[in-house]
Design a protein around this ligand. Sequence first.
Ligand code: ATP
Ligand code: MG
Length: 342
Amino acid sequence: KKRIVSGVQPTGSIHLGNYLGAIKNWISLQNAYDTLFFIVDLHAITLPYETQQLSKATKDTAAIYLACGVDASKASVFVQSHVRAHVELMWLLSSATPIGWLNKMIQFKEKSRKAGDENVAVALLTYPVLMASDILLYQSDFVPVGEDQQQHLELTRELAKRVNYLYGGRKWKKLGGRGGAIFKVPEALIPPAGARVMSLTDGLSKMSKSAPSDQSRINLLDSKDEIANKIKRCKTDAFTGLEFDNPERPECNNLLSIYQLMSGKTKEEVAQECQNMNWGTFKVLLTDSLIDHLHPIQVRYNEIMSESAYLDRVLAEGATKAADIADATLNNVYQAMGFSRR
Ligand code: ATP
Ligand code: MG
């Protein structure tokens, strides 16, 4: 079976972008692939954060995975920091990562600009190396992510090839390796729709957990009233009718796309249904589709949170399974890089 890994940071509330760009797509993949879905808590400390919140947010995120349909009997669900190999491999990988590669990362530039100099930690720069470690440890074939992670995935691929080149090959064979590469070179799986859900207050920036205004996103756990209010107040435009793909109407395209994915209709159906609509009518439709889609997820979330022993068990079992795979890769890397055996 081919393997798939993916994760979300426990940095705030999981929103529609995380759901449509990543989590929703995991559900259909878990039947056909060997899947590992984790909560990337080590990534969550790259910007200033509240220590009292981290562990709760980690559990919340795990519960949301399950509520969205991740099946713990098929997928391994675990917390990144519970598998020590992630940090260990990161150090090894960072010795093979040219600093110029990291300096070019758009997410680093954007997040460091917003954070202000005092808050830009080295870890924010080396974030993509930890992400590469998350993926390469499991010899992953595919990584389902939103479009914003494409550049990081590309770096992961380059890094895998570089390590294979520097430490793999002939040297690797002589050491008794399987004669192949040290790392599999993974591919991004970017969904055809929903890969870039935009902010409700600005159709040109992506919906983000770390955006200061909660008004800019629909969180999966928002109440009916919150959803209705956010849609009521979201940014629209003064054109007549509604349409997809007009570059002058980024908000319109975004809201129609959200409606399409929430209602399960095709793009053509939505384009037709909404072409002569005004914003008032459409907003009611959109609000209802969001509430209908998110309500069952919220009900399941509450059930899972009320059985916290179950969640703990899922995470413990997930970490054990993950650590087996991760440790095998890590040991190979140590060996290939010439470290003495333990
Ligand atoms: P932060 O602002 O803290 O970086 P985030 O909202 O970007 O949070 P992440 O935890 O960094 O969320 O990303 C988790 C997953 O969600 C990734 O696969 C990412 O590509 C995807 N994702 C994040 N934002 C969006 C979005 N607006 N549209 C589609 N996918 C998204
Ligand atoms: Mg992000």
